[in-house]
Design a protein. Structure first.
Length: 143
């Protein structure tokens, strides 16, 4: 699986730190930009899963524009020369106004063990999107 680049990882580190109590709404962009909502939504064997979402209201319903789930993995490498690090793996993408709900990575429990299924093309495309989206969030929200 692919993970976010360095700049996007720094943005996600900031967002997840702001959401250390479980969730946060960041609205530093003024009226021109949608706020970003970050929630720690569950835990899997590999680490916590966060949702990062822009919401707007349509006919009284909250709409995701978009909503992406990320797995946060903090890893300490034991190989010689390797560095410890934090890695974010985009898992899902949802865009309500377009009817898109894509799961690039699925975690299933089978006989008490976690089995991971990954659509590599979808997950790679999602990483590319999220690297740009995190740059936009950083600039729009001034973080």
């Amino acid at each position: 699986m692919k993970y976010l680049g360095k700049e996007a990882t720094r943005v996600m580190n900031t967002l997840t730190e702001l959401a250390k109590d479980g969730h946060v709404k960041v609205d530093n962009g003024g009226p021109d930009f949608m706020a970003v909502v970050v929630e720690r939504i569950r835990e899997v064997e590999y680490g916590p899963v966060y949702s990062v979402t822009h919401y707007y209201e349509q006919n009284g319903d909250l709409m995701c524009d978009p909503d992406v789930e990320f797995l946060k993995v903090v890893h300490v490498f034991e190989r010689v020369g390797a560095r410890p690090g934090t890695f974010y793996f985009p898992l899902t993408f949802r865009q309500d106004n377009l009817g898109i709900d894509q799961q690039a990575v699925i975690f299933d429990e089978v006989d008490g063990k976690t089995v991971t299924r990954c659509n590599r093309k979808a997950q790679t495309d999602l990483v590319t999107f999220c690297n740009q989206w995190m740059r936009n969030i950083k600039n729009q929200q001034k973080i």
